[in-house]
Each structure stands twice: as structure tokens, then as C-alpha cells.
Ligand binder design. Structure first.
Ligand code: HEC
Length: 84
């Protein structure tokens, strides 16, 4: 699924995840219920914390994420949001 935006975007209001390794899988799995902006404005999280968050999406909110995609999603999110 692809979106293109014609509008200038404010920080925190991104509708899709910025390009990068794994961006496609995150865009495919993480936009059904909320915007990319709401994910990207989280405080910086470690890989372990992102794994927990993704697992929470899957188990608590029933996000239909393929278990084979979880690692790529976690890698992308921790690279986007590296720990200091
Ligand atoms: C099935 C729906 C659904 C999908 C798909 C989904 N989420 Fe969520 N997500 C939620 C809900 C519901 C909340 C809580 C929203 C709120 O508190 O307002 C949430 C909240 C969040 C938060 C805020 C922090 C938190 O822990 O509550 C983050 C970060 C997040 N999601 C990341 C992701 C990522 C990464 C993916 C892709 C793997 C994803 N979500 C896919 C439903 C989903």
C-alpha cells in the first residue's frame, strides 16, 4: 500500500513512515489503526522496548503482523529512533 502526500506535513503528523531499510514492512503493518506520526513521536526506545511495543500491538490490539516481519519492524523503529 502506498500513500503520497500533496501537503506540507507538520512534525508528528506524518501519515507514513519515512523511507529507510524496513520502511515498507512498517508501512504495511503499522498504519491500519494510527498514523506514523503517533509512532514516531514516542520517546526513544531500545530494541527490547520496541519489541515489547510491537508485541503489545499484536497481542493486545490484534494487529495482524506476520511474526516473520517483527524483527524488520523492530530494526527499522530502533534505527529511526536510536537510543542516545
Ligand atoms: C489493530 C490496530 C493496530 C495496529 C495494526 C497497530 N497498532 Fe499501535 N496502537 C493501537 C492502539 C489501539 C493503540 C493505543 C492508542 C491510544 O492509546 O490512543 C496503539 C498505540 C501505539 C503506540 C503508542 C505507545 C503505546 O505503547 O501505546 C505505538 C508506539 C504503536 N502503537 C506502534 C505500533 C507499531 C510499531 C505497529 C506496527 C507493528 C502498530 N502500532 C500497529 C493499535 C494498533
Amino acid at each position: 500500500m502506498r500513500f503520497t502526500s500533496q501537503q506540507a506535513e507538520l512534525p508528528g503528523s506524518e501519515r507514513v513512515f519515512p523511507a529507510g531499510p524496513g520502511a515498507e514492512v512498517v508501512n504495511d503493518n503499522c498504519l491500519a489503526c494510527h498514523s506514523a506520526g503517533m509512532v514516531l513521536t514516542q520517546p526513544k526506545l531500545s530494541k527490547a522496548q520496541w519489541t515489547e511495543t510491537v508485541n503489545k500491538m499484536v497481542h493486545t490490539y490484534k494487529a495482524p503482523v506476520d511474526p516473520a516481519d517483527v524483527q524488520a519492524i523492530v530494526d527499522y523503529l530502533s534505527a529511526m529512533n536510536p537510543q542516545p
